[in-house]
Design a protein around this ligand. Structure first.
Ligand code: NI
Length: 169
């Protein structure tokens, strides 16, 4: 699947809930998203990043090393956030730019799986960071929003140059 880059309006869309569960299409979409994420060495990928404005994300903090680490969150909601961590963050939709972002250290989430069953899960450190980053995507928010206006404008200007040079598609 083609990854949409910063500037594509789908990345700044408030995504719609997934309504149909257990279908072959949904299962194939999840598989394709994992494959796309691993191909780009990411630890999380949200549906809008592949052009679909739906509340669905795949996460794997082990980057494919541990099959048990695979997480599919559909229509997710954060129930609780605790603590704080500051660490470098990037996004497959904003390649080449990484910046420190402050996030909660620990999150508890409620979501649905591909069959529509509700479940709760918790995570900390990288998993918590990935969950918060990916859930932001579902609300049309990119990690740039968490930076200082100065840093954000600097990155935007650099991206605009890349766009003009035809090096951003
Ligand atoms: Ni991202």
């Amino acid at each position: 699947m083609r990854i949409r880059k910063y500037g594509d309006p789908v990345l700044e869309t408030n995504c719609a809930p997934v309504a149909e569960f257990g279908t072959e299409e949904l299962k194939r979409l999840v598989d394709d998203m994992f494959e796309t994420m691993y191909a780009h060495k990411g630890v999380g990928l949200a549906a809008p990043q592949v052009g679909l404005a739906q509340r669905l994300t795949v996460i794997d903090p082990s980057a494919g090393e541990n099959p048990d680490a695979k997480l599919v969150l559909i229509n997710p909601e954060i129930l609780e956030k605790r603590g704080k961590q500051v660490g470098e963050e990037g996004c497959l939709s904003i390649p080449g730019f990484r910046e420190d972002v402050a996030r909660a250290m620990h999150v508890r989430v409620r979501a649905q799986n591909v069959d529509g069953e509700f479940f709760e899960t918790e995570g900390e450190e990288l998993l918590a960071r990935a969950v918060q980053h990916e859930l932001d995507h579902l609300n049309g928010i990119l990690f740039l929003s968490h930076l200082s206006p100065l840093k954000r404008d600097l990155i935007r200007r650099k991206i605009r140059k890349l766009q003009k040079a035809g090096e951003w598609e």
